[in-house]
Every structure is written in C-alpha cells, then in structure tokens.
Design a protein around this ligand. Structure first.
Ligand SMILES: [Zn+2]
Length: 185
C-alpha cells in the first residue's frame, strides 16, 4: 500500500515535470532576445497603443544612435514610427545587454485573440537563412517569401505551405500602459 502511494506521488511529480517542460519548450532559445520598453516614457507610441487593440501586431527593431538607442516599429499597414530611447534607465539596459532581438534584430509583438499579448521572432523558422516575414493583406498573418509558408500570429502555427516549425516565440511581460514591457527568452 505504501509503495503504491510513493508510486502515485512519483507519477504526479513526473506529470508536472512534463507539463512544465512542455510549457518551456514553447519559448525559443535559438537566438538571444532581450527587449525592454519602459512604456511610462512612451505612453502614446505605436507599439504601446497597438497592445491595447486585439489583432494588431507590430514589428520592432532596435538600433544605436550617438550613445543612445532608437526603436523602429512598423504596423500591419506598413506605417512606421521611430522613437528615441533616451532616458537613463533604457540606455543603461541596452548598454549592458546589447541589442539582441532574435535572429535578425526583429520581433513581432501583438495581442492575439485567445492567448493575450504574444511575441515572435520576425523571421522564418523553417528557412536556414532566417528571411524576414512579411505581412499578409493587413491581417494577423505573416508570410515567408522564400518558402511561401504563411503563419498565423494568433497561434504561431503554419496556415499554408509545407509542414514545419511554428513561429519562434518569446516570453512577454506586460501589465498595461505605463508599466515595463519585456520580451525575452
Ligand atoms: Zn521560410
């Protein structure tokens, strides 16, 4: 009887271990990703505004500029916006961490239908040279123009084209406008 109890306990432990491993496996660690935006300083920027609107996704990249940093954002309508990250806390973060936004300094962030705010690498996970994904008809889909796969930004899955890997996903931490937005792996 005692042995059965231990076996059950072990089985429960294994179950939770498997569950947690599975959750972990959704996060891609293939390329480093460490993005922070202190949205209290940028309450009306395109990225922050889009996070309040379902089905709205924004591509984000970073570059350095005269000892500071700037963020370039492009929405599904291909409208772009560049904002300067000039406050000390942001400059400090990127000077410590460097610019690491996945495979090609490009991530896609947005609010999905069922899974809240999600972030993906902006490149194709199935082509070895990681080409940049393009928007599909202003929808919540992106396409790789090399392998022709179409991905659903709501689920990360392939919608059209050959079988393969889903979009590379990163952790998102965000408690709403005015708080720290973090994307990392
Ligand atoms: Zn591809």
């Amino acid at each position: 009887m005692k042995r059965t109890g231990i076996q059950i306990a072990l089985a429960i432990c294994c179950y939770f271990l498997l569950i947690s491993c599975e959750a972990e496996s959704y996060i891609s660690r293939k390329y480093a990703c460490s993005f922070r935006l202190y949205t209290e300083y940028h309450t009306t920027c395109m990225l922050v505004e889009s996070l309040d609107q379902p089905q709205t996704f924004v591509k984000v990249s970073l570059s350095s500029l005269n000892g500071g940093y700037r963020m370039n954002a492009t929405n599904q309508q291909n409208k772009s916006e560049t904002i300067i990250l000039s406050n000390e806390i942001e400059k400090q973060y990127y000077s410590n961490m460097g610019i690491n936004l996945g495979a090609k300094n490009l991530i896609i962030i947005g609010q999905t239908t069922f899974y809240g705010i999600q972030a993906f690498d902006g490149t194709c996970p199935n082509c070895s040279n990681t080409p940049e994904l393009s928007w599909v008809e202003k929808s919540a889909k992106v396409k790789c123009n090399q392998c022709q796969r179409v991905y659903d930004l709501n689920t990360s899955a392939i919608l059209e084209g050959e079988n393969g890997d889903a979009l590379m996903r990163y952790y998102v931490g965000y408690q709403g406008r005015g708080t720290l937005l973090e994307v990392h792996n």
